[in-house]
Write a protein that binds this ligand. Structure first.
Ligand code: NAD
Length: 316
């Protein structure tokens, strides 16, 4: 039988790519409910869906910050049956915390963390009753490791990961599956918007050294990091589909093998100093080493494009 899949945040990026990939599945294994906050932004999705629109893909309104919109959307699905929930909607925030308002930070938490909580409050009870369902969350490598000037965003993804680690134990009892997808940098609207907001940021509340660090180190290297390490939304969607189709899906899956050496540092030192020390050196002391390693990564990336073995990486 076809599995009903509900995906949030489908007007762009990973959500859009995933919705299209699943709707176009050759074996027609999925019925996709591609949702978005603002239906006025549905053109790109509609166009990409083509003849699948109204067949294997339906577009619905859903704002993860609005409980009523979640309820209305779920009620409109036959028998409220959602076999696979993909919690993808999210937003970023960069910059020194002294230049961000608490309200801006709350919006990030409300979208990235409480957005997931709201979805599950509505959908989890049905899944428990049926004793079946797969909850897939687009988290981030920043859900396990913080990065300079991403303090609140990383906190929101850590919140997601802690919440899911707790819930996974209960889910097991109900035979439900839970998977965190952890992409590294992905070239999407997200990256463009976060960068633009960073460039426009009023840095007057920060001291000179911090403002300089943000502008001349962080923002200066931002594009280069995405260019050398960044995956496409389609690549992340491909990984996600593999996880959804896996017989025993893993709890965590990192999509970017070029990034795993960084996240591995976390587990290599129980004191937690090692990754912080390495990031510090990369950012502040070894600008040259930093650009050299980015060039090396570019080379690796060029080579791995030729021999990208998804089967291998998704069974890790
Ligand atoms: P994106 O900006 O293209 O997609 C995010 C989508 O979420 C957008 O369509 C946006 O409209 C939607 N959204 C925001 N607030 C919403 C709300 N309240 N209700 C419903 N939808 C809402 O960026 P993306 O890169 O495709 O991001 C998708 C997910 O991937 C996010 O959770 C993000 O944190 C995560 N992620 C992104 C990257 C990256 O580098 N781009 C890296 C790791 C993880």
């Amino acid at each position: 039988a076809r599995r009903n899949v509900l995906i949030t945040g489908c007007s762009s990026g990973i959500g859009l790519a995933l919705a299209i990939k699943m709707a176009k599945d050759e074996q027609e294994r999925f019925k996709v409910y591609a949702t978005m906050r603002n239906l006025a932004k549905k053109d790109a999705l509609e166009e990409a869906a083509g003849h699948n629109l109204g067949k294997t893909l339906e577009i619905k309104q859903l704002d993860v910050c609005d409980e009523q919109s979640i309820k209305t959307c779920v009620n409109s699905i036959p028998d409220r049956r959602i076999d696979v929930l993909v919690s993808n909607a999210g937003m970023g925030l960069i910059g020194p915390i002294e230049c961000q308002t608490i309200d801006e930070m709350k919006t990030v938490m409300d979208t990235n963390f409480f957005g997931l909580v709201r979805l599950l409050k509505e959908i989890l009870p049905d899944m428990k009753k049926r004793k079946s369902g797969h909850i897939v969350i687009i988290s981030s490598v920043m859900g396990i490791q913080g990065i300079l000037f991403n303090d609140v965003y990383a906190a929101s993804k850590f919140a997601v990961e802690g919440f899911c680690e707790s819930l996974a134990i209960q889910a097991l009892k109900f035979k439900l599956q839970l998977s965190l997808i952890e992409p590294g940098p992905v070239v999407t609207e997200f990256e463009r918007k976060v960068f633009e907001d960073g460039m426009k940021m009023d840095l007057s509340a920060a001291d000179e050294e911090t403002a300089d660090m943000f502008t001349n180190i962080y923002l200066k290297n931002y594009k280069q990091i995405f260019q050398s390490l960044g995956q496409s939304a389609e690549e992340v969607a491909e990984h996600t589909v593999k996880i959804i189709l896996a017989e025993n899906p893993p709890f965590r899956h990192q999509t970017n093998t070029l990034y795993t050496p960084m996240t591995t540092l976390k587990y290599a030192d129980p004191n937690g100093d090692l990754p912080i020390d390495i990031f510090y050196k990369m950012v502040f002391h070894h600008d040259k080493i930093f650009s050299a390693s980015l060039n090396f990564i570019k080379l690796l990336r060029w080579r791995s494009r030729k021999s990208f073995d998804l089967g291998k990486s998704s069974s890790q």
